[in-house]
Each structure stands twice: as structure tokens, then as C-alpha cells.
Design a protein around this ligand. Structure first.
Ligand code: SF4
Length: 419
């Protein structure tokens, strides 16, 4: 297995503040693109590239009926296609024997065009975690990670090819934003995972109707930077009559803090789980760690997160990757607790995420003692805090680590697109 982490440089940009060591964020082995003022470049707009073909999952139920009629079939065929796609996880006309054979191929290709070509699949030894590498219609590469836990199956999906948020620790952000994914490209990741589960690819099923129960938008991309397609995908995931019929609570939308979009999300009538990737409670560090903090500061992001709780009643998650001597100081745990408690009680919990140890890199795991102290301080301050499972890291599938390697690119180039 190839690591996607950039090569580590031994240099540590550390300064010593009395007894406290403060490592400052810096890229390793690559150079962050900068804007005219010398700040890390943020890309919000998707570069213009050929759009993927329109697919049933991009459309509202009414639009699906219209499109089916345009293709010369009666509108009720849309419902049959929904059933094949969202319940049987297929887009193969040969399996759709309830559709008339005359015109079936054209109808299916018109409504369910192929969107993802599987390039690679990496599976852990135990077989309960699988990382997929997908090629999109224009050759862009994205990944998703499927994880089985007792009683649930989680899929970490990508929402953009690349990412424009330029976080210095993140492999995905290095190449910038390639393009937004369509809603159907997001949904297809779930449908393909469900198909694999049904075929037994994730090991013996706990029950016959087993499928993905939880979605986390923590793969490639900043989901709130692709808002309209994200929301269409979420609607399809949660639609019981015309979609996958998943529970909104099982869908987690994670952001580095695009505040206006957090407000918009709160105003939608879909109570998804909301996660804010904070990683630092002070602007001084967060400006460097999460470049979008130059637009929306820690307090604004936390106010928006609290607003999400007020509108939806859903407890917010604060994601906090613990990085040795960079953001894991006891005073930062105290400051985080103070800022969260200042906004009330019972609205939030914190998920510190232990990084993998990466010797020689500034992006390495906190010591166990530092992790425990960080968690203890938050819990003592009344903030429910639990160290998160980092299963995906075994196959470089954890947040901020999803990126195609040169080997992936080579294999992808040699893989013909599915039709
Ligand atoms: S950490 Fe997330 S938001 Fe930041 S560059 Fe990576 S994928 Fe984008």
C-alpha cells in the first residue's frame, strides 16, 4: 500500500514559548498556492469543465417524469427506474425485465448514465474497510471509504474532485479544486457501495437488507463549497419515496467553516448531523491551519454552529485533529471549552481525532498523555468529548488524506470508462 502523505521533511518550525513548544503549520514537500496578498489561495468557484451527464439522481421526481417522457416513454417508468437504482442498485438494462425491451437500452442510458468507473480497491486485512478509487467521466479521480462497524456501515464520500480550501496538512487540497461533483456522482458512490455490500464484498452480512446506514461527507472536497449539489444529494439520500430512504441523522455534513453556507444548511428542513472541523480554538493558529479562517473567524464559525443546533435541535460535532505541539496544548483545550460553554450547554460534543504517528513530520500524533489531558480538560469543563475512531487511516482513507497517487493516476489512465 502506498502512503499518500507527502514526504516528510525533518525540519521542524518550532519556537519555544517558555515551557510550551509551539509548532507552526507548514506544508511538507509541496508549496501552497498564494493569492495576490500572499495568503493561501482559496478557490470557491469550480473551474469550468465538461459537466457529467445528467442522471436521474440529479433531478427532482417531477423532472424525472418529464425526462422519461422526453425519451418517449410514459412517465410512470420513472418510478420503475428509481426502484432499480435506489433499491436494486443497478443500472444494467438486462436486469430490468419489467421495462419493455423496445427502447429499454435508450431509456436506461438516458436516465442512468454510467458515472463512476472503479479504478482501484484497497481492503484492510480484516476486510471491514474498503477504499475505492473512482474515475469520473472526464478522467478526474475521487475516492470513497466504506467501513463496517457493529450495527452500522459508514461510507465516507467525496463531494468535489480536489478541494479549494488549501489546508496545509491536507493531501487533497494540494492540487486545488478540479471541479464540483454532481449530485448523482455523489449518490453513485453510495449506490456502488450498497451493491458491493449486497454482493457480499464487505464480508458476511449481519442481516439480508444490509446497506450503508451512515454517510459522512469527509472525503475529498469541502461539501458546503458545492452547496446546491450537496443538498440535492442529501435530499436523494433521505427521500423515502423517491430516493435511498436513509435517516437524515445518519448523514453527517462536515465543513471547515463556510459560515454563510452553515446558516443556509440550518434553514433547510433536513436535520442532518453537522460537524465543524475546527482544529484550533484561537484565530492565530487557525488562520494558518485552516486558511478559510481568514474569511470567517473561530467565533463566527462557532456562532453558526450554535445556530445550527438552535434551528435543528441536532447536537453539533466539533472535529479536532490532535497534532503534536501544534494544537494539543492544555490551554487550547481550556480555551475551546470556554468558547463552547460561552454558547450554552448541551449543544455540542467534541471529537478529538488522533493522527497517525509520522516520525520527522510536524504533522504527527500527540502523545497519549497529551491526548488524554486534552480530553480530560474538556470533559471536566462539561463538554462531552470522545476520541474518534480513525479506522480509515489504515488505508490512508481518513479526512484530509484522500488523494490519488501517481500510481493511481497511471492505473486510472489505463482503465477504460464504464458504459
Ligand atoms: S482538509 Fe478538507 S477542506 Fe481542507 S483542503 Fe483538505 S479536503 Fe479541503
Amino acid at each position: 500500500m502506498t502512503s499518500t502523505r507527502p514526504p516528510a521533511r525533518p525540519a521542524r518550525s518550532a519556537s519555544t514559548l517558555g515551557p510550551v513548544t509551539q509548532v507552526r503549520p507548514a506544508t511538507e514537500g509541496w508549496t501552497q498556492k498564494k493569492d495576490a496578498e500572499g495568503r493561501p489561495l482559496l478557490q470557491f468557484a469550480s473551474p469550468k469543465r465538461g459537466k457529467p451527464p445528467v442522471h436521474l439522481a440529479d433531478l427532482t421526481p417531477d423532472e424525472r417524469v418529464e425526462k422519461v417522457k422526453e425519451l418517449g416513454m410514459p412517465g410512470f417508468r420513472a418510478k420503475q427506474l428509481e426502484k432499480h437504482y435506489f433499491e436494486h442498485y443497478t443500472h444494467d438494462p438486462a436486469l430490468m425485465t419489467d421495462l419493455p425491451s423496445a427502447g429499454r437500452e435508450e431509456l436506461v442510458h438516458g436516465m442512468l448514465p454510467a458515472l463512476l468507473t472503479e479504478v482501484r480497491r484497497l481492503q484492510t486485512d480484516k476486510g471491514d474497510t474498503i477504499k475505492f478509487l473512482w474515475k469520473l467521466h472526464d478522467g478526474a479521480l475521487v475516492e470513497s471509504v466504506l467501513m463496517r462497524y457493529p450495527g452500522r456501515i459508514t461510507l465516507c464520500v467525496s463531494s468535489q474532485a480536489g478541494c479549494g480550501m488549501n489546508c496545509p496538512f491536507c493531501a487533497t487540497g494540494q492540487a486545488g479544486l478540479t471541479r464540483n461533483m454532481s449530485a448523482a456522482e455523489i449518490i453513485e458512490q453510495v449506490v456502488r457501495a450498497n451493491r458491493l455490500i449486497r454482493e457480499g464484498g464487505l464480508g458476511p452480512a449481519e442481516h439480508p437488507d444490509e446497506r450503508v446506514t451512515n454517510i459522512v461527507f469527509m472525503g475529498m472536497g469541502e461539501p458546503l463549497a458545492n452547496y446546491a449539489r450537496l443538498m440535492q444529494a442529501v435530499r436523494v439520500m433521505t427521500d423515502k419515496k423517491h430516493g435511498l430512504g436513509m435517516s437524515a441523522r445518519g448523514v453527517t455534513v462536515s465543513t471547515v467553516g463556510l459560515v454563510p453556507a452553515i446558516h443556509k444548511l440550518a434553514a433547510e428542513d433536513i436535520p442532518v448531523t453537522f460537524a465543524l472541523s475546527l482544529h484550533a480554538p484561537d484565530d492565530e493558529l487557525r488562520d494558518e491551519l485552516i486558511p478559510v479562517n481568514s474569511r470567517w473567524k473561530v467565533d463566527e464559525a462557532l456562532d453558526a454552529a450554535r445556530g445550527y443546533f438552535d434551528r435543528t435541535g441536532r447536537r453539533v460535532s466539533i472535529e479536532y485533529a490532535l497534532i503534536k505541539d501544534m494544537n494539543d496544548h492544555p490551554w487550547r483545550a481550556d480555551l475551546l471549552a470556554e468558547k463552547l460553554n460561552a454558547r450554552g450547554r448541551g449543544w455540542v460534543h467534541v471529537n478529538p481525532i488522533p493522527l497517525n504517528p509520522t516520525p520527522g513530520s510536524i504533522w504527527t500524533s500527540s502523545t497519549k498523555a497529551a491526548q488524554n489531558e486534552f480530553v480530560r480538560r474538556l470533559n471536566d469543563a462539561g463538554i462531552p468529548t470522545t476520541l474518534r475512531d480513525t479506522r480509515g487511516k489504515e488505508i490512508d482513507g481518513a479526512c484530509g488524506q484522500l488523494v490519488a497517487t501517481e500510481e493511481d493516476e497511471r492505473v486510472a489512465a489505463a482503465t477504460p470508462l464504464e458504459d
